[in-house]
Ligand binder design. Sequence first.
Ligand SMILES: [Zn+2]
Length: 214
Amino acid sequence: MIRHHPDDALMLAHAAGTLGAGHRLLLDVHLEGCAHCRERLQRLDALGGVLLDQLAPAELAPDALERTLARIDAPQPQAAALAQGAKPQLPTAWPRAMAGCNVSRWRWMGPGMYWNRVTLPDADDANVFMLRIGAGRMLPQHTHSNSELTQVLYGAFDDGRSAFAEGDFDETDAAIRHQPVVNTGGECICLASVEGKVLFEGWLARTMGAMIGM
Ligand SMILES: [Zn+2]
């Protein structure tokens, strides 16, 4: 069961189309797996529609429909690299919302820790990546200069504030300093979008931060 959802401010920004591409992707991935939030978004869209009706009409870009249809038809990126040599219950495909994204191979980040780069179509500046952390492993203590969104794709972790499992969503900012610890039952894979910087503490942590270009 999903226990952590995007807050109303994020959902409204998503409905209004004002989120950056990376954060928009994270919301789309969460919505794909969360019926509760799809319902919330419908209500917000209906509300937005009422507000829009009171504004002067604006024209859509001429290729808007074509682009939307192309996104829907795009093939799902395969998680082939992930499945190799991994336990069978690991995901075999990334969420459909990631169709069109390029997912790099897993790169070593530290003992039992891997990351990959997710490149979005038409948004090279978006800072989106996945972390794959082994059972019982702990990320270095860190905070964030701006906003970081996390969606749990597989497994579970606890960062001292709360427990997060598959399908859960988290938003952290400069006010939150945390140290996620993966459950001992199995590894954890998260999708993350960062605006600003992730600020690790300690020399090892800073080295890791430099390695993953954050
Ligand atoms: Zn939700």
